[in-house]
Design a protein around this ligand. Structure first.
Ligand SMILES: [Zn+2]
Length: 455
């Protein structure tokens, strides 16, 4: 399958390392330079990289500097990207893995999933009602199949395909088919977004990593979720749901989830699923949350059956380390702090001074173990620190300071803002103002990505 330009660009963005947050906003800058070109055409290394190079740069000088780095990174990745993507083999692998996964996570025997289809538009060849639909993918279940007159199955729109994404989406959509077997009625359209989408995402990720062992792919998917999908309100609701489901699964575990599915199959409307989700998000144990959100008239018998089922399912597989790792990594998705460009360029500048060229900087003399007693603290050039002291003093490199007089004019205001937030510590050594980047943890903050730029 030939990639579209937007699919290829999204993939390049999802590989990480972009300063802008959310990185998906780069698409807007790129499109703004193209007067109406929506990048739905076929990807070509040369022409697409050239279009990206025409992206509309922000006006502010600091913003432009960061923007330039981001655009160069994306162009570089595009210039090496393969224009064809073998989506059919992704489907092959998903279909091969699905039956065992349906058994493990939903307790379903002999599960068969229809092969996903790649279309130019929804639903090419079947119905033109949704011709303008621009979704990444669409799963048609039995109820929707009747409503829309489209065969049951999973559909991808070719110009929306981003390599790495169909790997998850095809198993996500297969999860909806598993849910239909496990607990949904074939005729009623009973859709609980947080639970159904959340389970499809949470189980989908566990299944994908179990089938492939590919944690790199999981990281890519996490960035797609946190940097690109986060800009789409509908997808953002899925993330909310997924987080709720993960909280439920972490405490209730797989036997509880399976018992809940059986209960839903028996009595689809006995639980207020809005209340259940709220209670779980409030930190309440899922078992208690379930009691609180029961709205039928036979609470005792409902709970008895639930308990009996959960005991029975405990004899089957529960989550293992791989499952819990996949769950935990998608819980850690808190958005970073977004600094304005002048502050962010100053943060990069000062952090780089102490991390990449510490020996050109200074150190307070009392950072050294053998500082002479009673002499007072001096500002010492790092070049005067002996190699032995560097290698034998733990953490000496985190004591490196930058003199105020060394800060270039363009970063002065930015450094002042960083100091006001205590991201760098401003202090006096031997009567001179210096900045201590590690004192406010700045290099660590940049290292884990908790600080990014908004331009
Ligand atoms: Zn879904």
């Amino acid at each position: 399958m030939r990639l579209s330009e937007r699919g290829a660009i999204r993939r390049a963005i999802a590989e990480g390392g972009v300063h802008l947050y959310p990185a998906g906003r780069l698409m807007d800058f790129i499109k703004a330079g193209l007067s109406g070109d929506e990048l739905r055409g076929d990807f070509d290394k040369g022409t697409t990289a050239e279009k990206v190079g025409r992206a509309a740069a922000p006006e502010d000088a600091s913003a432009r500097e960061i923007f330039k780095r981001d655009i160069e990174l994306i162009s570089e990745r595009l210039s090496k990207m393969e224009p064809n993507y073998d989506i059919e083999s992704v489907f092959d692998r998903m279909m091969e893995a699905a039956p065992a996964m349906a058994k493990r996570y939903y307790g379903i025997e002999e599960f068969e999933v229809p092969r996903p289809k790649v279309l130019e538009y929804y639903f090419e060849g079947f119905s033109d009602l949704y011709k303008d639909g621009d979704w990444f993918a669409f799963n048609v279940n039995h109820a929707e199949s009747k409503e829309m007159n489209v065969p049951v199955g999973t559909y991808f729109k070719r110009d929306q395909v981003t390599p790495g994404h169909p790997e998850l989406v095809s198993i996500h959509e297969a999860n909806h088919a598993m849910q239909e077997r496990a607990f949904l009625s074939k005729n009623a359209h009973h859709y609980v977004p947080w639970l159904d989408e959340g389970m499809a995402d949470a189980f989908g990720r566990m299944m994908l990593v179990r089938a492939t062992g590919d944690w790199k792919l999981m990281e890519l998917l996490k960035r797609l979720r946190a940097e690109i999908e986060v800009m789409d309100p509908r997808k953002a609701t899925y993330h909310f749901g997924e987080e709720t489901v993960i909280l439920m699964l972490m405490r209730g575990r797989l036997p509880f989830a399976k018992a809940l599915m059986s209960a839903r199959k028996r009595e689809p409307y006995a639980i207020d699923y809005g209340l259940l989700g709220q209670a779980i998000r409030a930190g309440i144990d899922p078992h208690i949350a379930l009691v609180q959100s029961y709205k039928g008239h036979l609470e005792k018998s409902f709970l008895k059956k639930m308990e009996r089922d959960e005991t029975k399912f405990r004899k089957e597989a529960d989550f293992d380390g791989t499952d819990l790792k996949a769950l935990a990594m998608f819980l850690s998705s808190e958005r970073p702090a977004c600094l304005e460009p002048s502050e962010y360029t100053a943060a990069l500048w000062i952090s780089e001074k102490v991390t990449s060229a510490p020996k050109e900087q200074f150190i307070p003399s009392d950072a050294l173990p053998k500082a002479a007693e009673g002499e007072g603290v001096k500002i010492m050039p790092c070049s005067e620190v002996s190699e032995t002291a560097w290698s034998k003093t733990p953490g000496l490199e985190t004591r490196v300071i930058v003199r105020e007089s060394a800060i270039p004019d363009e970063h002065k205001a930015g450094i002042a803002k960083l100091a006001a937030k205590y991201f760098v510590v401003k202090k006096e050594v031997a009567g001179e103002v210096v900045y201590d980047p590690y004192g406010g943890g700045l290099p660590y903050r940049l290292g884990v990505g908790e600080i990014r730029c908004s331009y």
